[in-house]
Design a binder for this molecule. Structure first.
Ligand code: SF4
Ligand code: SF4
Length: 513
């Protein structure tokens, strides 16, 4: 661990060394007061972490739902058992799918009742009334329903139908040409959009309900679509098949140049934060895949939803759903989710860099969001904690530079990063740059207040205070401690990740500070 006092001292010195003009000071004081007054943020935010704006992804908008069952525990369940054991025969006892649809032809005597499965024949012999009611399902109920539906305006249920469709969307893996895949499942007559602004609201609401935490929309800048899709070169497929390897990921275009289809007009970018306790236990206990999966699932569901409204859609941008077609980070910045930070990744005001992204491309007319300026360049200039703590030594400590993609920005050395995380025993992960960033903190009143102040303050004073707070109250291991023999974690491992607490024979050493 580092000498905290020394570290604090250097920050205090840094704070003292800032040239603060009287004008800046007055400006800052006014701003601080204004932010405090703004809705009573500090007072109210202890309990308000349940609004759509502060959701961490897995809470519901129902707010706190808790019932203490302990006082009501009894020795036996409340039902009474009298008869013999008669375990359910799903073919016979489940009317909806089995009894009716599997036997439809036989029930309607198209194939003759003698073709009913023997167990069902036996069942109908015992329950002749069921044979009649099951037949009536096809001969009366369904035709009547069709007549009723003709009288209704089906568009009324467009969203409800799409919502239903969305929840099965992960069943359609992203494999194949956009010309086919993006249109698979698109209904023939698209619902007509009344106002793109309202559609944006709907899409953001749905993305949240599907599991997204932050959602932004941007027009697609073709610069951020890959020129050549990753994945496996199609020429390699027969060779891989011959040796029994199925190139499941990366998916999408599976290697080859990408012609940008004209329906890739808008990008809906979804961000989901990492589980906060695990990002604190990085690098040894962290997994990026929980956030990748949750953002990927949200994108897959949203894709199914948009297709069921009648518009082509395609998900991409993370390894769970395919990440070989676009660059999610600049799209997220264009969509206003945050800014590019020192490690060359997205930093959001709510979760810092600790998010995983997924993107949906579509031509559903929407009103795009605008990018944000949260003062990050100035903050990263002063901060540099991630560069100082990066165990791979891959984050630059200097100024942004012109990169090969034509953008002036910071960029981490990906080879050095990979070399480090590949060296982490068993886990082969790292997330130190996510965990140490002052913008990634639990969402309590103090952090919320600091954030609200820091994004508004252009004097730099709030940035200095936030940095001082980070270094004083959240000291972290040195970059060397993240290596052998220490293998430190940023903070303690949460109880539910401690194998030694639940299973025998695990050495405790690794959990001790
Ligand atoms: S993941 Fe780890 S090694 Fe890679 S840039 Fe971040 S801190 Fe450095
Ligand atoms: S740790 Fe500091 S320098 Fe790094 S991204 Fe976060 S704010 Fe920027």
């Amino acid at each position: 661990m580092e000498n905290n006092q020394l570290e604090n001292g250097s920050v205090v010195d840094k704070i003292k060394s800032v040239q603060i003009s009287r004008r800046s000071l007055f400006k800052f004081a006014g701003l601080a007061g204004g932010v405090a007054a703004l809705g009573g943020i500090a007072a109210s935010s202890f309990g308000d972490a349940k609004s759509i704006d502060t959701m961490m992804g897995w809470e519901s908008e129902q707010g706190e739902v808790y019932f203490n069952r302990e006082p009501f525990r009894v020795d036996k369940p409340g039902y009474e058992i009298k008869g013999p054991v008669n375990r359910v025969d799903q073919d016979v006892d489940s009317p909806t799918f089995r009894r009716l649809y599997y036997q439809e032809d036989a029930l309607l005597s198209k194939k003759g009742e003698e073709n009913l499965m023997p167990r069902l024949k036996e069942y109908y012999a015992k329950h002749p009334d069921k044979l009649e009611s099951d037949r009536a399902w096809f001969t009366k109920l369904l035709p009547n329903l069709a007549e009723e539906e003709k009288k209704m305006n089906k568009d009324m249920w467009g969203i409800a139908t799409a919502w239903n469709k969305a929840w099965t969307s992960m069943l359609a893996p992203l494999v194949g040409d956009p010309k086919e895949w993006d249109f698979k499942g698109v209904i023939k007559e698209p619902l007509k959009v009344k106002d793109p602004k309202e559609t944006s609201k709907l899409i953001k609401k749905m993305a949240g309900l599907f599991g997204g935490t932050l959602v932004g929309i941007t027009k697609v800048n073709p610069r951020w679509i890959l020129g050549w899709g990753g994945g496996v070169d199609p020429r390699m497929l027969p060779i891989l098949a011959a040796v029994g390897i199925d190139p499941i990921t990366p998916r999408g275009v599976r290697g080859g140049p990408i012609d940008i289809p004209d329906w890739w007009q808008y990008a809906i970018v979804i961000a989901v934060p990492h589980e906060p306790n695990l990002i604190e236990a990085t690098p040894l206990f962290y997994s990026p895949f929980e956030a990748y999966t949750r953002s990927g699932l949200a994108a897959a569901r949203l894709t199914g939803f948009i297709k069921a409204l009648g518009y082509p859609a395609r998900y991409n941008g993370n390894p769970i759903i395919g990440w070989d077609e676009l660059l999610p980070t600049p799209l997220a910045i264009d969509a206003g989710l945050g800014e590019m930070g020192r490690p060359g990744i997205l930093v959001t005001p709510e979760f810092g860099p600790s998010v995983k992204l997924a993107v949906v491309l579509t031509n559903l007319p929407m009103e795009p969001d605008r990018p944000i300026n949260m003062g990050l360049k100035d903050f990263c200039d002063k901060c540099g904690i991630c560069a100082e703590k990066c165990p791979g030594g891959s984050i630059p400590s200097g100024q942004p530079e012109l990169q090969d993609d034509g953008v002036v920005r910071w960029m981490s050395d990906r080879e050095k990063c990979q070399n480090y995380y590949a060296s982490v025993p068993i886990r082969h992960m790292c997330g130190v740059c996510y965990s140490v960033c002052p913008w990634r903190r639990f969402d309590n009143a103090l952090h919320k207040y600091s954030r609200e102040l820091a994004v508004r303050d252009r004097t730099g004073i709030a940035h200095q205070i936030m940095l001082w707070g980070q270094k004083s109250f959240y000291p972290s291991p040195s970059k060397d401690d993240y290596n052998a023999p220490t293998w430190a974690t940023y903070k303690d491992v949460p109880w539910w990740m401690r194998t030694d607490m639940f299973f025998d024979g695990i050495p405790e050493g690794i959990f001790k500070k």
